[in-house]
Each structure stands twice: as structure tokens, then as C-alpha cells.
Design a protein around this ligand. Structure first.
Ligand SMILES: C[C@@](CO)(OP(=O)(O)O)[C@H](O)COP(=O)(O)OP(=O)(O)OC[C@H]1O[C@@H](n2ccc(N)nc2=O)[C@H](O)[C@@H]1O
Ligand SMILES: Nc1ncnc2c1ncn2[C@@H]1O[C@H](COP(=O)(O)OP(=O)(O)O)[C@@H](O)[C@H]1O
Length: 288
């Protein structure tokens, strides 16, 4: 059995610079990977079945990004094997922390290893983008600066911080927010240095706060302790702290109805750290 992490991400900022003819938005963002997420356990099956347990309530098996990633890899490589996949879900869905995309990436890397299909990371990232704009960053495995429609990615070294993430009770679809007329779509392009010097906001934040009072309430509460920002198109919000103790003490004082977690920001994905560790044990050279 191959047990691997499927980490969350935060968008430390999210600027929308324009919109393409096909409707997709041109954006700039920084993906901060977190040392916190779901866990997936894989074992090979000799038949061609992909069996996921437990199912996610409200997501059909055919729509589940884990199953879709497995089918996609099988189709792309022509391999005729299957897998049993056990999912331990901790990440809220529709939260802007990339749980579904991360599950897809973990599945691509895990099955590429189990099935010995030997695709390299750029090829797996190319497959992944067919499942969602955020999948490649999880496949490539570094906190990253992203441009284009989120598909032009370069690794970035971020300061070590602890993040308090609050999950208001709202499930927000990315498409819903990107289809709002009022959304800011003309933020000027910035350079990496401007972000690293403290620049950057989330252009989706005003639209989300207006439509979801429960998200606004959480932002207002967290702002009292440290500047709070929306991640992605929501619904989760976050603030950074220099130490775990600081983040945990604020979390401990949250209003009872607010859920969330405290996690360390990492430059390297816990998924890739786990795979490298396995490679060093088995003597396989690090690849996909
Ligand atoms: C904007 C981000 C930032 O991380 O939002 P979150 O989903 O994380 O909140 C992501 O890149 C989202 O990625 P992902 O959620 O994978 O998006 P996709 O499934 O590819 O697209 C969902 C819908 O969002 C819109 N979309 C997505 C990406 C983009 N650059 N422009 C868009 O307009 C499209 O209408 C598409 O139908
Ligand atoms: N394995 C999965 N985990 C989470 N969501 C999934 C999964 N498979 C399909 N989905 C669908 O993808 C949507 C977006 O999921 P997710 O990536 O967690 O949110 P976000 O893009 O807001 O960070 C969910 O609302 C759900 O319907």
C-alpha cells in the first residue's frame, strides 16, 4: 500500500488582469503550499477497476477528481491496471484551498509510481491541467508564482510562516465568482518583487464578501488579530503569523461556530517530500 499526503494551498494574493476571448481569466497569484491536507492510500488491482472508498457525499464517483485522474492516466498511457484508493478527507470542499485539485495530483503521481508508467512531472502536469487549472502546481510540487490563466508557473521561495485558515459555512464555486459582472478584471500586472515587498490583494474578495455575509463576518473577526485575506475564489480566509503558538492562540479564541485549522507554509510539497523519502529508501532515482 502506498500512503501519500494531498496538501492544501493558499493564494497569498490573486489579481485578475484581464479576460480572454474564451472566458478564462488572466491572473497573477502566489500558491503557498501547506503542510496540512488529505491522505490517500493506493494499492494496485490486477483488473482495470478504480475503486474509491469512502465516496464523497454529493460528488458522484464519475465526477470525483481522484477517479478522473486515475482514468486519465490509464487512458494516456494505455495501461490496463486498476487501483483501490482510500481517501481520508480533512480539507473542506469549495473552500479555495485546492483539495480536489490536490487529490487529483496525488493520484497522478501515486499511480504513475504504482503502475510504473514512468511519465515525468511536466507530462503529468500537462495531463493534470485537463482536470483543473490548479492541478499542475500540486503535480510540480513547489510553492509558486503563477501567471497566464494560472498555467505559467515558476517556483518561489516564501518566508516561513504559520497560517490560520478559517472556513466559513459557505460552499463557493469558482465559476460562480468568475461570472460576476462586478468582478475587478483590470488590475495592472505586477513583478514578483512587488509581491515579496508586501503587495497584492485578492480581487475576488469584495464580490465574495458582498454575496456571503458569513465570509465577511469571519474576515472582520480575523482582521482584528492580523490582516485577513480570501484564498482563491473562497470561501476560506486566512492570516499569517510568525509562530505556531501565535496562530494557535488566536484560533483558540475564535467564535464557537467558526471552524478551521492552523498549518505551516512550506516551499516544497509534503507529497514530493514523501515520495523522495520513499525513493531514498528503495534506491529509485527521484522522478515522477
Ligand atoms: C482562480 C483559482 C485560484 O487558485 O481559484 P480556486 O478554485 O482555487 O478558488 C483557480 O486557479 C481556479 O482553478 P480551478 O478551480 O481548478 O478552475 P477550473 O476548474 O479550471 O475552472 C473553473 C471555472 O473557473 C473559471 N476560470 C478558471 C480559471 C481561470 N484562470 N479563469 C476562469 O475564468 C472558468 O469559468 C471555469 O469554468
Ligand atoms: N476528490 C475531490 N475532493 C474535493 N472536491 C472534489 C473532488 N472530486 C471532485 N470534487 C469537486 O470539485 C469541487 C472543487 O473542489 P476543491 O478543489 O476542493 O475546491 P476549490 O477549487 O474551491 O479549492 C468540489 O466542490 C467538488 O464538487
Amino acid at each position: 500500500m502506498l500512503t501519500l499526503p494531498s496538501p492544501a494551498k493558499l493564494n497569498l494574493f490573486l489579481h485578475i488582469n484581464g479576460q480572454r476571448q474564451d472566458g478564462y481569466h488572466q491572473l497573477q497569484t502566489v500558491f503557498q503550499l501547506l503542510d496540512y491536507g488529505d491522505t490517500l492510500a493506493f494499492s494496485p488491482r490486477p483488473d482495470a477497476k478504480i475503486v474509491l472508498t469512502p465516496e464523497i457525499p454529493g460528488v458522484s464517483t464519475a465526477d470525483n477528481l481522484i477517479v478522473r485522474a486515475a482514468e486519465l492516466l490509464r487512458h494516456a498511457t494505455g495501461i490496463n491496471l486498476g487501483a483501490n484508493i482510500e481517501l481520508q478527507k480533512r480539507l473542506p470542499m469549495g473552500g479555495g484551498i485546492g483539495g480536489g485539485s490536490s487529490n487529483a495530483a496525488t493520484t497522478l503521481l501515486a499511480l504513475n509510481r504504482l503502475w510504473q508508467t514512468k511519465l515525468d512531472l511536466p507530462s503529468l502536469a500537462k495531463l493534470g491541467v485537463q482536470l483543473g487549472a490548479d492541478v499542475p502546481v500540486f503535480v510540480l510540487g513547489n510553492s509558486a508564482w503563477a501567471e497566464g490563466i494560472g498555467d505559467v508557473i515558476s517556483p518561489v521561495d516564501l518566508a516561513a510562516k504559520w497560517y490560520l485558515v478559517i472556513r466559513p459555512h459557505a460552499h463557493i464555486s469558482t465559476a460562480e465568482i468568475f461570472s460576476q459582472k462586478k468582478l475587478t478584471r483590470d488590475t495592472p500586472i505586477i513583478k514578483v518583487a512587488a509581491f515579496l515587498e508586501g503587495g497584492g490583494k485578492n480581487d475576488c474578495q469584495d464580490v465574495v464578501l458582498e454575496r456571503y455575509p458569513q465570509v465577511k463576518e469571519a474576515v472582520d473577526w480575523l482582521n482584528f488579530f492580523s490582516p485577513a485575506k480570501l484564498t482563491g475564489t473562497g470561501a476560506c480566509i486566512f492570516a499569517s503569523f510568525d509562530s505556531e503558538a501565535q496562530a494557535k492562540s488566536v484560533f483558540a479564541n475564535r467564535p464557537e461556530h467558526l471552524e478551521g485549522f492552523v498549518a505551516k507554509g512550506v516551499n516544497r510539497s509534503p507529497l514530493h517530500t514523501a515520495l523522495s523519502r520513499l525513493d531514498s529508501v528503495t534506491g529509485v532515482s527521484p522522478s515522477g
